[in-house]
Write a protein that binds this ligand. Structure first.
Ligand code: UD1
Length: 431
């Protein structure tokens, strides 16, 4: 497994181009299963999660054409998906275990082909991650669901029917899955307590461009008027707000100044306000953000993760890294996932002072300096927290299990090196 080596201490200066959002691209790609016409997606990030999903779709019988975009530095892709020869309605264990969001094929396959089989995703490092809301909603839409040999077997021989569904939690995944399923259901589906993340608005834009009739974009009540058929469409993946937030913290923790190009500040209001309270200067533009921490004294602040537009859980670990070197104490409360402090022991190995209270809260008391150490990445965002700590620490940090980062950060080392970081990947073959 590759490792990343960082020599800390360099302040970061320059521009970083923010890639397309992984969590938007995943459901957009699966929406292409809803039509036999071509769906073209631009600004798709080159990440292992996307290549795993493409492999699953190829396995189902999807045709995929790829084209490199003419972007200056980074390799985002345009993919054209044609689901005109789907021959397989089963998402097997080997795909789902590598990429949980494979569950996004369930709604589209069931809606269009009236049958789907999906290996149950199971848990992961950050918690149990059930899909009960997805399944009970499909049942409310007339599907029969059976769990057998670790698989969800879903049938709707007469097609799905519109239903009034109230989610018990504002699940991002369930909102996407049920939206996609409802586009081809007979009648009207109303989803209450839907998630409002920007990635869902991106999906609604694609589905409506494909001929779906969805009302309520950006609100927690979505109404879908089912249609018989969807057609092809083209859309760009929105910028990755979590990647942008992660690099904003890279500027803050190194006392540098970064311009984040192709970042939408509207998607990051809570994290940007917290950064300001911590002493960082933020300038917002339509498509970029400037983060300036040169000569600033970083002070502790509290965060509470919540559903959008609340503070994103996917930036919790990265903010915690910044808090470890802030003046004073910070309180971090994680309300979305039950086990999302796996980065804490690793940060403490680098000299951080963090105490976890119960499952959901951690108190971070800022220290003067972190010191480099070999550390273990446990999940995608926790891995970036360790990169941040390494950028700020004295000496050498080796981050192990880099495959987590490859799931969600396009060209990570290249982007950081270009703004002055001393960072390199050590290939498994080199050690
Ligand atoms: C998505 C993001 C993930 C982010 C999370 C919360 C993708 C690919 N992943 O994950 O990065 O951390 O949103 O912003 O977009 N829940 C249930 N039953 C369900 C579904 C969810 O109880 O059927 C619970 C979960 O355990 C969790 C909460 O609802 O406590 C939110 O989960 P959800 O929004 O579904 O997360 P994902 O879509 O899996």
């Amino acid at each position: 497994m590759d490792k990343i080596k960082i020599i800390g201490g360099n302040p970061l200066f320059g521009k970083i181009y923010i890639s397309g959002a992984k969590n938007a691209a995943l459901p957009l790609v699966c929406a292409s299963l809803l039509t036999d016409e071509a769906v073209t997606l631009k600004n798709v990030p080159q990440l292992s999660d996307i290549s795993f999903l493409n492999k699953l779709l190829l396995f189902l019988g999807m045709n995929i054409d790829e084209k490199h975009e003419n972007l200056d530095t980074y390799p985002s892709m345009t993919y054209t998906y044609r689901a005109n020869a789907i021959s397989n309605l089963i998402a097997p264990y080997d795909f789902v275990r590598k990429m949980r969001a494979s569950y996004y094929v369930l709604g589209p396959l069931l809606a269009r082909f009236k049958h789907a089989e999906l290996s149950l995703p199971g848990g992961c490092a950050i918690g149990a991650r059930p899909i009960d809301i997805h399944l009970s909603s499909l049942e409310q839409m007339g599907a029969s669901i059976e769990i057998k040999n670790g698989y969800v077997i879903a049938d709707a021989p007469q097609g799905l029917k519109g239903a009034h569904i109230i989610f018990s939690k504002a699940s991002v995944g369930a909102t996407c899955n049920i939206l996609m399923a409802a586009t081809l259901a007979e009648g009207v589906t109303k989803i209450e307590n839907a998630a409002k993340e920007p990635e869902i608005a991106n999906l609604i834009d694609l589905l409506n461009a494909m001929g779906a009739k969805i009302e309520g974009r950006d609100t927690s009540v979505l109404t879908v008027y089912g249609v018989n058929k969807l057609h092809g469409a083209q859309l760009s993946v929105i910028p990755d707000r979590i990647e942008a937030g992660s690099y904003a913290i890279a500027a803050a923790i190194t006392h540098g100044k970064l311009e984040l190009i192709n970042a939408n500040p509207d998607f990051l209001q809570q994290p940007l306000r917290v950064l300001e309270k911590m002493g960082v200067e933020i300038q917002e533009f339509e498509n970029s953000i400037i983060v300036n921490a040169v000569g600033k004294n970083i002070i502790g602040d509290d965060i509470y993760t919540d559903y959008y537009p609340g503070f994103p859980t996917d930036l919790q670990a990265q903010f915690m890294a910044l808090m470890t070197v802030a003046d004073g104490a910070s309180l971090v409360t994680e309300s979305i996932w039950e086990n999302r402090f796996m980065h804490v022991p690793e940060l403490c190995r680098m000299g951080a002072n963090i105490n976890i209270h119960g499952h959901a809260s951690a108190i971070v008391r800022g220290v003067k300096k972190l010191s480099g150490a070999p550390v273990m990445a446990t999940d995608l965002r926790a891995s970036f927290a360790l990169i941040l700590a390494g950028l700020a620490a004295e000496g050498e940090t080796i981050v192990n299990r880099v495959y987590h980062l490859d799931r969600g950060y396009e060209c990570l080392e290249e982007k950081l090196r270009a703004v002055g970081a001393n960072i390199e990947r050590i290939k498994e073959s080199d050690y």
